[in-house]
Design a protein around this ligand. Structure first.
Ligand SMILES: Cc1ncc(COP(=O)(O)O)c(C=O)c1O
Length: 389
């Protein structure tokens, strides 16, 4: 197969980054959202060139680099028609979320966090010193959906911001136009805001992606969009992300914020992200093909093991969300770590909707993934308290 498929866990360990460095060698690490894949050659070339030029000074101020124009073109191709002047550079998505909550959400108002969600959303609300109102998604036979009546209830209680993760980490949903339009009508009615984290949007398996701000002019005005090349192109350590401001008043607010509160961006991140947006699509297409093979392999494996109900097939991301509630373990993450030698991310970190679940990163070589699935399913079958209900 391709170069991408020949990447090994040993290559990933040699990166000496978080994934594959935290556990003893015998543990299969399916935790941190990083992929066991080589970085795209155009990105490597851009970073190598920057290193050769010793581009380690302060980065060019926002719009003086090529990145806002490259990002605007890429965002427009994804369905969010924006100009370079809508694109603001920040160090990382979660920093953007904290700043968004601090400066664009009405002061002192609670924040709706739709759960299960990436755990840093809850941290971001805490960092912004706001109260969280968790609204768990509904889980039906066809998977997760937004619980719009409960979001409305939270807005009635005074919440004025909704944090949206689209596509969702950890459940892999890509919310459709009608769900987002319904949310936007509700949010508009309450004069509230949406902060939409769309960092996983390039990693989809055929499902159409609808950027929240594209749903209507009201949605564009009441939302801010956060994204970056970091997840799709596997470069989170380069510290560069994007805050898209589609409301001119937000841009004025942003422009006068003290620089000290915004934090710094790495010039290497700017070079890498520009290369990703301009030249990264062929690599991404190939990566998605490999990830899709893994995604289907997880589904098949679970079905053959008689555990098909454990996972709803993700529409996006390389994260699988395993529902292990039927096995009755108080801490399934720990059970799998101790009994299968597989490290997963505990569902509990993802909010109230996460108890009894674990998140599994399937962006790993297929032989490693199959070994992990074998170990996990046999440990689960040995569960002392499997519920038959
Ligand atoms: C939904 C989501 N948002 C944000 C991040 C982190 O992005 P950053 O490192 O740019 O803050 C992640 C990382 O996994 C993520 O899954």
């Amino acid at each position: 197969m391709s170069d991408l498929a020949s990447w090994s866990v040993a290559n990933s360990r040699a990166r000496r980054c978080k994934r594959w460095s935290l556990y003893p060698a015998e543990i299969i690490d399916l935790t941190v959202a990083e992929m066991d894949l080589p970085v795209a050659e155009p990105i490597m070339a851009a970073v190598r060139d920057a290193v050769d030029r010793q581009a380690f000074g302060y980065p060019l101020p926002g719009h003086d680099s090529e990145l806002p124009a490259a990002a605007a073109e890429w965002l427009t191709a994804q369905g969010l028609a924006v100009q370079p002047e809508h694109v603001n550079l920040i160090s990382d998505v979660i920093k953007g979320m904290v700043l968004g909550l601090r400066h664009f959400a009405p002061p002192h108002t609670p924040v709706v966090v739709i759960t299960p969600t990436y755990s840093r959303f809850l941290d971001a609300v805490e960092a912004a010193q706001r109260q969280v109102i968790e609204v768990p998604m509904l889980l039906g036979e066809n998977g997760y959906s937004l619980d719009v009546p409960e979001i409305e209830k939270a807005l009635r209680q005074g919440a004025r911001t909704v944090l949206l993760c689209n596509p969702s980490n950890p459940v892999g949903r890509v919310f459709n136009h009608s769900e987002l339009a319904e949310l936007s009508v509700l949010v508009e009615r309450f004069g509230a805001r949406v902060i939409s984290d769309e960092v996983h949007s390039p990693l989809r398996y055929g499902t159409k992606f609808v950027p929240y701000a594209s749903v209507s002019s009201a949605a564009a005005e009441h939302s801010i969009t956060l994204t970056s090349a970091s997840k799709a192109w596997n470069i989170p350590g380069l510290r560069c992300a994007i805050m898209v401001l589609t409301n001119p008043a937000d841009q004025l607010t942003w422009d006068v914020l003290p620089r000290a509160s915004k934090g710094g961006i790495s010039p290497l991140g700017i070079e890498a992200s520009t290369a990703a947006f301009k030249q990264g699509q062929p690599w991404l297409n190939e990566a998605i093909k490999l990830l899709d093979v893994n995604r289907l392999a997880v589904g098949d494996y679970l079905k053959r093991a008689g555990l098909g109900g454990v996972m709803c097939m993700p529409e996006a991301t390389y994260l699988a969300w395993f529902d292990l509630r039927e096995f009755g373990h108080p801490d399934p993450q720990r059970y799998l770590m101790e009994n299968a030698g597989v490290a997963t991310t505990s569902g509990d970190e993802h909010g109230v909707g996460g108890a009894g679940f674990v998140r599994v990163n399937f962006a790993t070589p297929q032989s490693v993934l199959l070994d992990a699935l074998e170990r996990m399913t046999s440990a689960l079958r040995r569960s002392p308290t499997r519920n038959s209900s």
